[in-house]
Ligand binder design. Structure first.
Ligand code: ATP
Ligand code: MG
Length: 423
């Protein structure tokens, strides 16, 4: 089956893709590793819906962000309500905290989640309309030690996955009290340089000049490189927070680069903003982005509760991760005849109860056809049940790699299979 054979209109939606079993195996490894690492830090999984009211992102992600102005998957449902396929996860977690008053509960407000996000962007390598993120959020911790904790946690995961060539870019984008002054200074120079900016950035100059730093066009980046830097405008509190954050990164031995123009694509950041990039990715080099958002919970109508988090792109992560699926016992059943079929089902049921993967296919095959089928699907053991085996009450199992055979009862074979992997 290929694209031309598929009836018109039935192919996958542009920018989405199927993750086929061979690749999905790698996803499972990465997902399991991420979950176990986050749980090591006492983070808990919080699952929110894929669709949310559009206003959630307009208010949370920010009306002048690229995501809200250009990239949202928004439509009206049958009740006429505007809904959006979530482009990012943070606003959903904030909503869940307020709706369930999670701030009143005793458990640590440290959450993680892995799942699909949607952005109506131009699809290209490393950029899809349905993509996946690993997301981490912490609430109620002002201490910059937690900013460093999540960076260290991200590095632990990248390290474990063998991602090389990584660099951490850090910045402080200030807070409600110092950023407005900076915004004014920035607006002034941006309006003076309008002719050197793209139409998009010309609009941002008035609306939210900070966003110009996030433009991917080289000409705009060059113009923005002459603009004043936030570093010179930070208030004493933000400056101290930033310095402490850096000192904790030093403590963990994480090398970083201070990037005063790093503002990130979301409107809500306060103080810490960071990005982890890798030289192995080409132009879409950002693998993880995050920062602090101390005002969002309050702005959504919730209590005074600061927050910080990051999101890691799974597609980009997988394209640079150095992992291969672990070889496991996978037993294919070669049986001949109706009675042997029933015996296969019985033995498979028993072996599965011992955690051994079994495949019984329901096709009449001769022994040779069974073996070529087992080879084709990559089974590493073939369990043979024919008339001889039935009459003797003994089963035979063959290691497909070494060709070694073993004979025994189901119980004996289970012991062999759990003791040793196929070589
Ligand atoms: P970029 O600058 O590459 O557009 P972003 O600032 O929009 O990234 P975030 O919103 O911070 O990214 O999302 C965090 C991570 O999610 C990114 O670092 C990236 O790895 C991944 N990501 C974002 N958008 C996409 C996409 N359209 N397709 C695949 N991965 C994506
Ligand atoms: Mg983007």
């Amino acid at each position: 089956m290929n694209k031309d054979q598929l009836k018109k209109g039935l192919t996958a939606i542009k920018g989405t893709r199927d993750i086929l079993p061979e690749e999905a195996q790698l996803w499972q490894i990465v997902e399991a590793m991420a979950k176990s690492i986050f749980e090591l830090y006492a983070y808990r999984e919080l699952r929110a819906p894929v669709i949310e009211p559009t206003e959630l992102f307009e208010k949370g992600t920010g009306a002048s962000s690229d995501i809200v102005t250009k990239e949202m998957y928004t439509f009206n449902d049958k009740g006429g309500r505007s809904v959006t396929l979530r482009p990012e996860y943070t606003p959903s977690v904030v909503r869940a905290i307020i709706e369930h008053r999670l701030d009143l509960q005793g458990f640590p407000l440290r959450f993680y989640y892995i799942g699909p996000m949607f952005r109506y962007d131009r699809p290209q390598k490393g950029r899809y309309r349905q993509f996946h993120q690993i997301d981490v959020e912490v609430f109620g911790e002002k201490d910059p030690a937690v900013d460093a904790e999540i960076v260290e946690m991200a590095h632990r995961l990248l390290n474990k996955l063998g991602v090389g060539n990584v660099m951490t870019l850090v910045n402080s984008v200030g807070c409600k009290s110092c950023r407005p002054t900076y915004g004014q200074a920035l607006r002034k120079v941006a309006l003076e340089s309008l002719d050197k900016l793209c139409p998009d950035c010309q609009r941002k100059a008035e609306l939210n000049p900070l966003r110009i730093f996030d433009c991917k066009l080289e000409t705009c980046q060059k113009t923005a490189s002459t603009f004043p830097l936030i570093t010179d405008f930070l208030c004493a509190e933000c400056r101290e927070h930033f310095e402490k954050f850096l000192s904790y990164l030093d403590f963990y031995g994480i090398s970083y680069k201070i990037e005063p123009t790093l503002v990130r694509g979301l409107d809500y950041y306060t103080k810490t903003a960071f990005e982890i990039v890798t030289g192995d990715l080409g132009s879409q080099n950002a693998i993880c982005g995050g920062g602090r958002y101390d005002d969002m919970v309050k702005e959504f109508g919730g209590p005074e509760l600061c927050g910080i988090g990051f999101a890691m792109g799974l597609e980009r992560l997988l394209s640079v991760a150095k992992i291969s699926p672990a070889r496991k016992n996978f037993v294919y059943f070669a049986y001949m005849g109706e009675e042997a079929k029933k015996e296969s089902l019985r033995v498979a049921r028993y072996l599965r109860s011992k955690g051994i993967e079994c495949l019984v296919e329901f096709k009449d095959r001769g022994l040779k056809a069974h073996f070529s089928r087992a080879n084709k699907i990559g089974a590493n053991w073939v369990l043979i049940i024919g008339e001889d085996e039935l009459s003797q009450g003994k089963l035979q199992i063959k290691d497909m790699v070494t060709s070694k055979q073993h004979q025994g009862t189901a119980e004996e074979l289970a012991r062999i299979l759990t003791d040793k992997r196929s070589q």
